[in-house]
Write a protein that binds this ligand. Structure first.
Ligand SMILES: Nc1ncnc2c1ncn2[C@@H]1O[C@H](COP(=O)(O)OP(=O)(O)O)[C@@H](O)[C@H]1O
Length: 268
């Protein structure tokens, strides 16, 4: 724990965050601020990894997904591997101690590489984790991604991962009717390029029974984390309007980030 406290403290910056609206205002003179300390929250399958990873490239800060840290530990056949496998495949949460330990190691390795700031994905997932993070650093923004539950299940069941490049794809073609005042939602499949096609696998925790258990656990243990940050005025609620082509420009817009700048850097 000492390492995570030291490391998180060392990257602390303070920025203005509007507490009255859901529109976050970055520092005007610095449209691509560094030393960002953001958190992505959201149910399993909502797309935390996709959008956190895109933003991390866009902003030049590391994307740290605790689910990836858990899967790396699982595949390393280290001492924790068997215990973690059982927990993950039941859709349960790994203990706060184990997660803090994995995150601390990841931050230490990043510090050695000269990394600054982070976009956390999948952490914190319990109020206790949020309190620990709060004690040691100043999270400036928490993006809460949202989709209807039926869409989340379809997305998890359609998810495929390339064993070589580790990228996520999705074979589901989603057309969900609007509910509870929400408009209908459509998402085209996100198909892999030809070189990944033969290397796709389905995560062992992406079965219908385990996804439903992960959603239940999210509602029980992780939803209170939303309230934790809402009461601090840090929560930016974002209802995804569709797939990446519809959602990404909208997300940049609510974050006051300049899409034009992205196009220019992609073309360079
Ligand atoms: N912060 C965390 N606290 C406890 N367990 C975690 C945490 N992050 C990841 N895990 C474990 O790793 C699994 C996979 O995480 P992740 O890839 O983030 O999945 P999801 O698609 O459910 O958001 C979780 O179901 C849980 O068992």
């Amino acid at each position: 724990m000492a390492a995570v406290i030291r490391l998180l403290k060392s990257t602390t910056t303070r920025r203005h965050l509007s507490t009255t609206t859901t529109q976050w205002t970055p520092h005007r003179a610095d449209p691509k601020p560094k030393n960002i300390q953001w958190v992505f929250l959201g149910c399993p399958g909502v797309g935390k990894g996709t959008y956190a990873s895109r933003l991390s490239t866009f902003l030049g800060v590391p994307h740290i997904a605790t689910g990836d840290l858990v899967r790396q530990e699982l595949s390393s056949s280290g001492p924790l591997s068997k215990q973690l496998g059982e927990i993950v495949n039941q859709g349960k949460l790994v203990s706060d101690e184990i997660i803090i330990n994995l995150l601390s190691k990841r931050l230490e390795a990043g510090e050695a590489r000269g990394e600054a700031g982070f976009i956390l994905d999948g952490f914190p997932r319990t109020v206790r984790q949020a309190e620990i993070l709060d004690d040691v650093t100043d999270i400036e923004l928490v993006v809460n991604l949202k989709l209807p539950e039926g869409v989340l299940i379809e997305k998890c069941l359609g998810r495929r991962v390339c064993s070589q490049c580790k990228k996520n794809f999705n074979v589901a073609s989603i057309n969900a009717e609007g509910e509870n005042g929400r408009p209908s939602i459509s998402m085209a499949p996100l198909l892999p390029p030809p070189q990944c096609e033969s290397k796709l696998f389905t995560r062992s925790d992406d079965t219908e029974a385990v996804v439903k258990e992960r959603l239940r656990i999210y509602n029980e243990k992780s939803q209170p984390v939303e309230e934790f940050y809402r009461s601090q005025g840090k929560l930016l609620e974002f209802d995804l309007p569709g797939g990446i082509p519809e959602s990404w420009p909208k997300l940049l817009e609510v974050l006051n980030l300049d899409e034009q700048e992205e196009k220019q850097s992609a073309a360079a």
